[in-house]
Design a protein around this ligand. Structure first.
Ligand code: NDP
Length: 257
C-alpha cells in the first residue's frame, strides 16, 4: 500500500473525481477527510469510506468555514500529508452574455478557495507533504463560453508553480493534475438527460485522440501517484490525464480520414 499511515484532505470529496480519489487513497492505506457543501452526498461518501474517514460540510469559498474544517481534520488526524484541492465548478460566461456573479463564483471557487484552503492547511502540512491541485485541459482549449473557467484553470497552473517554489524549502511538492473530459456529475447541467449525455459524449470523444471520455478513477490513480513516494522528485508539474486532448488535439476521431 502506497499511502500507509498518510493523512489526506480532499476538497469536493463527495462526488466525481474527489470521491474516486478518496476511495483510491483509502485503498492505499490513507486516512481521508473530505469536504463538500452537500450533507447527503457527504454522508453517503462517508458510509463507504469507512470509520477512519471524516466528512466535513464546508463551502470552500467561505474561508472561515475552510479554516474550521482544516482545524477539525488536524485535530482528528494530527497532521495533513496530502492535500488534494479538487473542488471546482463550471459556469458559462459567453462573451456578450456573461454574468458577473457567475464569473466571480467560478474564480472564487476554482482559484481563491484553492489558495486559501492551502493557506489554512499550511500550519498542519507535514514536511515532505504532497499538494495536488485540480486543473483542466480547458485552460488552453479556447472553448467558446468558457472564459471564466479557462481563466480559473490557467490560474491554478500559474499559482501551482509559485506555491511549489514557496514550499520547496520544506520538501513539500505541489503539482497539478489536469483532466480532459471525464465522466462525472459536473456534466449534468450541460446534459441533463441520458440522451443528451450520449450525444455530448459522442461529440467530445470525437475530439479526444483516444476516442473516449476519461473515468474519475483514472484521475484518482494519478493523484495516488503524485501523493506517493513514487513521485518524490516531481514538483511544479502538470500531468494531463486527457486521452491526448492537450498534446495531440488533431489526433481525435473527427480528424481522421
Ligand atoms: P463534480 O461536480 O462531480 O464534483 C465537484 C466537487 O466539488 C463536488 O464534490 C462538490 O461538492 C465540490 N464543490 C463545488 N463547489 C464547492 C464549494 N464551494 N465548496 C466545497 N465543495 C465544492 O465534478 P468533478 O469531479 O468532475 O470535478 C472535480 C474537479 O475536476 C473540478 O475542479 C473540475 O473543474 C475538475 N475537472 C473536471 C473535468 C471533468 O470533465 N469532469 C475536466 C477537467 C477538470 P458539493 O456540491 O457538495 O459542494
Amino acid at each position: 500500500m502506497r499511502l500507509q499511515n498518510r493523512t489526506a484532505l480532499i476538497t469536493g470529496g463527495n462526488s466525481g473525481i474527489g470521491l474516486a480519489t478518496a476511495r483510491a487513497f483509502v485503498a492505499e492505506g490513507a486516512r481521508v477527510a473530505i469536504t463538500g457543501r452537500n450533507r447527503a452526498t457527504l454522508d453517503a461518501a462517508l458510509a463507504e469510506l469507512g470509520a477512519g474517514a471524516l466528512a466535513i460540510q464546508a463551502d470552500a469559498t467561505d474561508i472561515a468555514a475552510t479554516e474550521r474544517a482544516v482545524a477539525e481534520v488536524a485535530q482528528a488526524f494530527g497532521r495533513i500529508d496530502i492535500l488534494f484541492a479538487n473542488a471546482g465548478i463550471v459556469g458559462a460566461t459567453p462573451l456578450g452574455a456573461g454574468k458577473l456573479e457567475v464569473f466571480e463564483q467560478v474564480l472564487r471557487t476554482n482559484v481563491t478557495a484553492v489558495f486559501f484552503t492551502l493557506q489554512a492547511a499550511l500550519p498542519h502540512l507535514s514536511d515532505g507533504a504532497s499538494v495536488i491541485l485540480n486543473g483542466s485541459v480547458m485552460s488552453q482549449m479556447g472553448s467558446p463560453g468558457s472564459s471564466a473557467y479557462a481563466a480559473s484553470k490557467a490560474a491554478v497552473r500559474g499559482m501551482s508553480r509559485v506555491l511549489a517554489s514557496e514550499l520547496a524549502p520544506r520538501g513539500i511538492r505541489v503539482n497539478v493534475v489536469s483532466p480532459g473530459a471525464t465522466r462525472t456529475p459536473i456534466w449534468d447541467s450541460a446534459a441533463p438527460t441520458a440522451d443528451a449525455k450520449t450525444q455530448l459524449e459522442k461529440r467530445l470523444a470525437g475530439m479526444i485522440a483516444l476516442g473516449r471520455l476519461g473515468e474519475a478513477e483514472e484521475i484518482a490513480k494519478t493523484a495516488v501517484f503524485l501523493a506517493s513516494g513514487d513521485a518524490s522528485n516531481i514538483t511544479s508539474a502538470e500531468i494531463f490525464v486527457d486521452g491526448g486532448t492537450n498534446g495531440s488535439p488533431v489526433g481525435g476521431p473527427v480528424f481522421r480520414g
